[in-house]
Design a binder for this molecule. Structure first.
Ligand code: NAG
Ligand code: NAG
Ligand code: NAG
Ligand code: NAG
Ligand code: NAG
Length: 473
């Protein structure tokens, strides 16, 4: 009897020790990682992290590369050495700010709370407008989910970001080392310059560099995804990438840095001759019944006056060209509805339709200039081939010359955390969807897994010793 309780006690102590190790290794920065940061940038032995460069190319549709491969020089060279996901399925709505925030947090819009490029917080009477930076800069929009650069900064990874979303807004009072947030930087010259700034900073002691270009998206919106202008924009980016790859070779960084090139969403042609029908919201609702209409085109949210909700809903219900949902009717698989910023009515255009906003009312945000009759391209639609985007990667962390099955936008965050050897925050990605593209688990993950196995065995043993079975009774 005494012997048994002694055994129980020993096993219990062992479990406790392993449990503490698991907690320490898996939830907190390892002491090893922290000292890596201090001991300079030479990577020696196991457990040290590699540098990571993330290049986001806005509006890079999944098939742009494939359809223009023969004219491009740098992309094929890059992919020969790396991994290419067949495509990346974006989130709903497939719009820039929601997609960017999913990339940096790994969670769906209903979780991170950036559910559109235009949002309205009725409680705070606050607008969020992608092109009015004094609205997007308000901290309160951004406190739901911790972005990659904050976790990296907490774990002593030195971080540099350029034109990247609202990295200039503190999360939990933490800001990355260097960041300039999203601001318009149009044209081909901007991407060239941005990539050269990226190399400069990789040569310094930065561990994580994240840069952004809107060139392909701008051209896609204006001229359409099938236009000669878009093909030229692809050549512009290819040329910038070519200079960048040369620069990486010259500086000896080429083999050392993990590089990810990804997009946020695709683009659907909606220009003249595209078989897309344009509808006008004014034909279905009366502007005096609503308080706000947010966005237009593929998807928009309506805040009717409370007493007019049914009237507005009935005006939209059952019409050709779009689906309308009361807040509680929004499909779960959009992963959109469970957020307090969701408005009373959501309208989602069907594939061959574009819906114009209220023409004459300042309740419409944004208002299109009267001169714009047709767009070349747009995005925001749910579950549509044209909304898919890209994930290309190369470096010591990735396999070489691999075409990988499709992944989802929520999956990419965990890859970044893995490459930086920092613990990922809770997210909606699936590890089994991405692990096949990676060369190995990080040292921390390997030790962590081993500890969990020992801990489990330990608990089983403890149970066995403590409750030796039902034979006694
Ligand atoms: C941007 O938003 C702020 C705050 O809502 C507002 O005061 C300002 O007029 C807006 N600027 C423009 C150019 O719309
Ligand atoms: C054109 O759009 C209509 C719906 O507006 C759709 O039924 C039809 O299949 C489309 N045709 C083509 C060739 O895409
Ligand atoms: C819109 O609503 C206003 C106020 O209720 C009303 O005066 C007007 O006639 C309505 N317009 C249409 C086209 O129904
Ligand atoms: C997306 O569309 C495809 C084909 O149209 C369909 O088979 C699939 O069920 C849809 N998925 C979702 C989540 O709606
Ligand atoms: C997405 O992840 C968040 C954070 O872990 C979680 O709260 C939420 O339930 C997840 N959503 C889905 C659909 O799994």
């Amino acid at each position: 009897m005494k012997e048994a309780s002694q055994k129980t006690c020993d096993v219990f102590k062992l479990c406790l020790a392993v449990g503490i190790t698991v907690t320490f290794l898996c939830d907190f920065p390892s002491t090893q990682a922290a000292s890596d940061g201090d001991s300079g940038n030479e990577e020696k032995g196991s457990g040290t992290h590699q540098k990571l460069l993330i290049i986001m190319l806005d509006g890079f549709r999944w098939d742009y590369y494939k359809s223009q491969k023969d004219e491009l020089i740098a992309f094929p060279v890059f992919l020969q050495d790396g991994v290419q996901a067949e495509w990346v399925e974006p989130i709903f709505p497939s719009l820039s700010y929601p997609c960017w925030t999913t990339i940096s947090t790994g969670v769906y819009p209903e979780v991170h709370g950036i559910i559109g490029n235009y949002m309205f917080d009725l409680k705070k009477e606050a607008m969020f407008d992608i092109f009015n930076h004094s609205t997007t800069r308000m901290e309160h929009w951004w406190q739901n989910s911790e972005p990659l650069w904050t976790t990296a900064t907490r774990h002593k990874r030195k971080t540099f970001l350029r034109y990247w979303s609202r990295c200039d807004v503190a999360f939990d009072q933490i800001k990355p080392d260097t960041c300039s947030g999203f601001t318009e930087a149009r044209g081909a010259a901007a991407i060239k310059e941005t990539l050269s700034v990226a190399v400069e900073n990789l040569q310094k002691d930065y561990d994580l560099v994240m840069v952004y270009s809107e060139h392909i998206d701008n051209v896609g919106h204006k001229f359409g995804p099938e236009s000669p202008e878009l093909k030229q924009a692809m050549r512009d980016v290819d040329s910038a990438l070519s200079d960048f790859l040369d620069n990486m070779l010259d500086t000896g960084l080429d083999e050392k840095v993990n590089i990810v090139i990804l997009g946020d969403h695709g683009m659907k042609g909606v220009g003249e001759g595209s078989n897309v029908t344009y509808l006008s919201l004014d034909d279905y609702i009366n502007a005096s019944d609503v308080y706000k209409v947010l966005d237009r085109g593929a998807v928009f949210a309506i805040t009717p006056y409370a007493k007019r909700l049914e009237q507005v809903y009935e005006g939209l219900k059952g019409k050709e060209g779009f689906d309308v949902y009361r807040r509680e009717e929004i499909p779960e698989h959009f992963h959109y509805k469970n957020n307090r910023l969701v408005q009373d009515i959501l309208v989602v255009a069907q594939p061959n339709y574009f819906i114009r906003g209220l023409a004459q009312s300042s309740k419409q945000v944004p208002r299109d200039p009267a001169t714009v009759q047709y767009w070349g391209g747009t995005h925001g639609y749910p579950n549509m081939t044209e909304m898919r985007t890209i994930f290309f990667a190369k470096g010591p962390g990735f396999k070489k010359g691999l075409v990988h099955p499709p992944i989802q936008l929520v999956d990419v965050y965990q890859i970044f955390a893995h490459l930086l050897d920092i613990p990922a925050r809770p997210h909606n990605g699936s590890w089994t969807r991405v692990s096949g593209m990676l060369t190995s688990r990080s040292a921390r993950e390997a030790v962590c897994d081993l500890c969990i196995i020992i801990f489990t065995m330990c608990l089983t043993l403890f149970n066995f010793v403590h409750y030796p079975g039902t034979m006694h009774t």
